[in-house]
Design a protein. Structure first.
Length: 255
């Protein structure tokens, strides 16, 4: 790999700094994604980016703390980690010593710049899922009063499944379009740290699964929301509010 232009490296560092310390979610997201694009296009190694901070080792970053395992959060974590040269893993601890209730933590292992970017994208994806799903369910309840709890449960499940599917496919298309498969391989230092840790691996349990077509609209709208998030994750276009891609009429329901 050739040595990248020092101006490119400095530009990436500034973008990552802006992404990591910015009160504006839109500006932070745009800066982080621009940095990711430059890293991939110019083949910049993470060790080059963090040389000034003398960070020569991969690091662990807490991403999500769950009272119990959530298969959809785990799927999002796997998708994001795979696109930011990180490896996800799970740790299980008891919330209170001596109690039976376990707390599951999703973590990323990666070079500092990659892990920070991956955590930001994961957080935004999760927030987009929750916010847009709530808005969609509220819209469905308004359109048809008297939805039964089982109908709402099915709609929520189908929408969520399709959202994750939309994110996965949009990122996959981006990698294929730009020939980033080799660039996005997990660095040797990260693989070395992974080998040192006994860890549970989160699973993208639905990468090859389909769900029963119980509600076509929920399937279509969920996938559209997932694709919309992934689209705003590779360009600065679109309306963003608090890291959420606004779809439809641009309204969100935060209940």
């Amino acid at each position: 790999m050739t040595t990248p232009n020092i101006k490119i490296v400095d530009r990436i560092r500034r973008l990552l700094a802006l992404a990591g310390n910015n009160p504006s979610a839109e500006e932070a997201q745009t800066a982080m994604l621009h940095a990711q694009r430059l890293i991939a296009e110019h083949g910049v190694d993470e060790s080059t980016l963090v040389a000034e901070q003398e960070a020569e080792e991969a690091e662990e970053v807490d991403v999500e703390v769950c009272g119990k395992r959530d298969r959809y959060y785990e799927s999002i974590a796997v998708i994001v980690a795979n696109n930011f040269r990180c490896s996800p893993y799970l740790s299980h601890n008891y919330a209170v010593e001596g109690r039976s209730n376990k707390v599951t933590t999703i973590r990323f292992i990666g070079m500092p710049a990659d892990a920070a970017a991956a955590k930001l994208v994961y957080t935004m994806a999760r927030h987009s899922l929750l916010t847009n799903r709530a808005a969609y369910i509220a819209e469905r309840k308004k359109a048809k009063s008297g939805l039964s709890p089982s109908e709402v449960r099915d709609i929520r499940l189908l929408w969520t499944h399709s959202f994750v599917q939309g994110v996965r496919e949009a990122f996959r298309a981006q990698v294929e379009e730009n020939n980033w498969a080799l660039v996005l391989q997990v660095p040797a230092l990260v693989r070395q740290k992974i080998a040192e840790i006994k860890m549970g691996k989160p699973k993208d349990a639905f990468s090859d699964q389909t769900v029963r077509d119980l509600d076509r609209d929920a399937l279509v709208k969920g996938r559209q929301a997932g694709e919309a998030f992934a689209a705003v994750s590779r360009s600065s276009g679109g309306a963003v509010e608090g890291g959420v891609k606004l779809i439809g009429d641009g309204k969100t329901n935060r209940s």
